[in-house]
Write a protein that binds this ligand. Structure first.
Ligand code: NAD
Length: 410
């Protein structure tokens, strides 16, 4: 099943349950706007390479649209469209005043120099600056992009529209970014993992964890869960997975990456494949890399009893059904990784006030928003005896439908 079809399937299940008005239902699945642009980039050797960039704006009933910008070879319109819809539901689940969007360029950033990446970013801004902005659509980092890319983006947007730090979030802290933004998604994943363990009566100190993906989200999740006393037994990146049943030291993993550029050759663990990591004997499995890694083929072999979707769409719907049948508890992406967009919202608020919050204020506000969202989704799931994913969709669709109704859209 393609990416957008998967989102559509979950949406339809929830819409049926809610008896959603047919006109609202149809409008909710038609993106507000889709843009595809050519991104010609001059390479360091003087040649020009053409790339393709996308921005899909899904729904703005609840506010300006918000969503990451991904540099990854697998980016295509179908994937960006589904991720844009996910952002609409995610912002509604955590109840922040944004709609959803997503963007990306089909490129492997590891094969670009810093200057080439900068030119790519600036060319992309040339292509989309007219349809984005602080009150319209606000991009953020995602796979393959980071604070540096966001700073180039802000600088280039300003050439067209003047000083507008709120046009993008996830910027460096000393360049209108927010303290706590970089850690926010992983911190949120960690907070939710502890909440689930507590609801299930389990102790962190007796919990083993495997994390696929050791980038922004994976590293901060690992740091948070290690500090909470969980035992991290496996992590991975694009070079493979690293397994140590006695436990891994997060600092040592991070130092290895700083020194060698990846986890490749990490000496204090057994080297296994990314596929092996997914089926390890652990309590909690956290896919935090790419989409579609848990499928009909490998779902039957998963041994974890809890899966936290730190990445977007890591579980294919067929695998999701199997996990439900097998009683494996899945915390869906719509809630699990919403800490990032929540602090992006705080960054946007700070930018509009030209006032920076202290780090502990950001953490306090984040904890409050995530706590409320967790209670709402957990209770809905228990009250109606439905999965946490269906509970997320029900709550999100109701909130977006209400905004569409109040705004007189339908
Ligand atoms: P990142 O680029 O910082 O890290 C990605 C990690 O995944 C790296 O360790 C990379 O080596 C690994 N990886 C890439 N391809 C892989 C493959 N084929 N197999 C195994 N590992 C692979 O990205 P990130 O920001 O940490 O994002 C990770 C996921 O979390 C994405 O799905 C993203 O959409 C989602 N997410 C990120 C944020 C955020 O704030 N950064 C917010 C919400 C959701």
């Amino acid at each position: 099943m393609k990416s957008f079809a998967a989102v559509e399937r979950y949406f339809n299940q929830a819409a049926d349950r809610l008896g959603l008005d047919p006109a609202i239902r149809e409008l909710m699945m038609i993106p507000y706007r889709e843009i595809q642009v050519q991104v010609p980039v001059e390479m360091d050797d003087g040649t020009v390479r053409p790339f393709v960039g996308y921005r899909v704006q899904h729904n703005n009933a609840r506010g300006p649209m918000k969503g990451g910008l991904r540099f990854h070879p697998q980016v295509d319109l179908d994937e960006v469209r589904s991720l844009a819809a996910l952002m609409t539901w995610k912002c509604a689940v955590v109840n922040i005043p944004f709609g959803g969007a997503k963007g990306g360029i089909a490129v492997d950033p590891r094969h670009l120099s810093t200057k080439e990446k900068e030119r790519l970013t600036r060319k992309f801004v040339d292509g989309i600056h007219e349809v984005i902005g602080p009150d319209t659509d606000i991009p953020a980092p995602d796979m393959g992009t980071n604070a540096e890319v966001m700073a180039w983006f802000m600088n280039h947007y300003a050439r067209y529209h003047g000083f507008s730090p709120a046009c993008i979030t996830g910027k460096p802290v000393e360049m209108y970014g927010s303290p706590g933004r970089e850690e926010a998604t992983g911190r949120g994943v960690g907070i939710f993992t502890l909440k689930l363990l507590s609801r299930l009566g389990r102790l962190p100190s007796q919990t083993t964890v495997a994390i696929q993906g050791f980038g922004n989200v994976g590293t901060h999740t690992a740091e948070f869960l290690r500090a909470a006393d969980c035992k991290l037994v496996a992590v991975s990146d694009v070079t493979g997975a690293y397994y140590a049943p006695a436990g891994l030291n997060v600092r040592e993993l991070e130092s290895h990456i700083i020194k060698h550029g990846s986890l490749s050759g990490f000496p204090k663990a057994e080297h296994i494949t990314n596929e092996d990591l997914l089926t390890l004997e652990v309590d909690v499995l956290i896919p935090a890399a790419i989409g579609g890694v848990l499928t009909e083929e490998n779902a039957g072999k998963v041994k974890a009893s809890i899966i936290i979707e730190a990445a977007n769409e890591p579980i294919r719907p067929e695998a999701d059904d199997l996990f439900e049948e097998r009683g494996i508890l899945v915390l869906p992406d719509l809630l699990a990784n919403a800490g990032g967009v929540t602090v992006s919202y705080f960054e946007w608020v700070q930018n509009r006030q030209i006032f920076q919050w202290a780090h502990n204020r950001v953490r306090q506000e984040l904890d409050r928003v995530l706590d409320q969202a967790f209670e709402t989704i957990w209770n809905r799931s228990k009250d109606e005896n439905i999965s946490l994913r269906q509970a997320c969709y029900l709550v999100a669709i109701e909130r977006v439908a209400r905004a569409m109704h109040l705004g007189g859209i339908v």
